[in-house]
Design a protein. Structure first.
Length: 223
């Protein structure tokens, strides 16, 4: 073999190795949920991260928006296309999603001292804000309806608002999931007014040991 042929062979081998995905890449699982729509832009939540507005033709963390309507988006990931609908459970590709048996949640501060995180209620995608002053998880009527909750069968409660007293409903959620951690039978309250996000209150937080270090909040499951 000549020196030129040997060099060409080495270059070809390096190119093949560079193009081959690593074992970690092959096993990577990406979950993608559609948290909402802003005009023709999709509000994507990838791997439980912060929501990101993505327009048709744009790509975010390997997820490309093909097209959108008022309540759904067609995405392309790993050569496959999926249709996401607002509030549906995340879709996963590249492996098998876990069964929610994790025990630790890590949340990064989103700014202004607030801790925001994507999650699921009864399998429906939602956006939470941690609120240690809230007795339970709180959500608006539209969020409850999107999660398929028949909140009017809950216990009516009187609630004070800036516009006077109104009626809310105390309910129990079958499942609440953040990342790989899932808990069951969680108390919540549904309020009449619309809310930009759900309050993640102590009916959920009390099941965890909470620790905050600078801009990082860690929740370790106790039961």
């Amino acid at each position: 073999m000549t020196r030129t042929h040997a060099l060409a062979g080495a270059v070809l081998l390096l190119c093949l190795l560079a193009s081959r995905p690593s074992l970690g890449q092959q096993a990577d699982v990406q979950s993608v949920a559609l948290a909402g729509m802003m005009g023709n832009k999709a509000l994507l939540v990838v791997n439980g991260g912060a929501p990101k507005t993505v327009a048709p033709g744009e790509t975010h963390q390997g997820v490309k928006i093909i097209s959108t309507t008022s309540e759904q988006a067609v995405i392309e990931q790993g050569g496959k296309r999926h249709t996401l609908r607002v509030g549906d459970a995340p879709v996963s590709s590249g492996g098998t999603a876990s069964a929610g048996r994790g025990t630790r949640i890590t949340i990064t501060e989103s700014g202004g001292g607030h801790f925001m995180t994507a999650g699921q209620i009864n399998g429906k995608a939602v956006q939470f804000m941690v609120d240690t002053g809230a007795t339970s998880i709180s959500m608006g009527v539209s969020d409850a309806e999107r999660a398929g909750i028949n909140y009017k069968e809950g216990q009516p409660v009187q609630m004070g608002t800036a516009n006077g007293t109104t009626t809310g409903y105390r309910i129990r959620l079958n499942t609440v999931r953040i990342g790989e951690v899932e808990v069951f039978d969680v108390d919540a309250v549904v309020v009449p007014q619309a809310m930009p996000f759900l309050l993640l209150g102590n009916s959920f937080l009390s099941r965890f040991q909470m620790r905050r270090e600078n801009s990082l909040m860690t929740l370790d499951k106790r039961y």
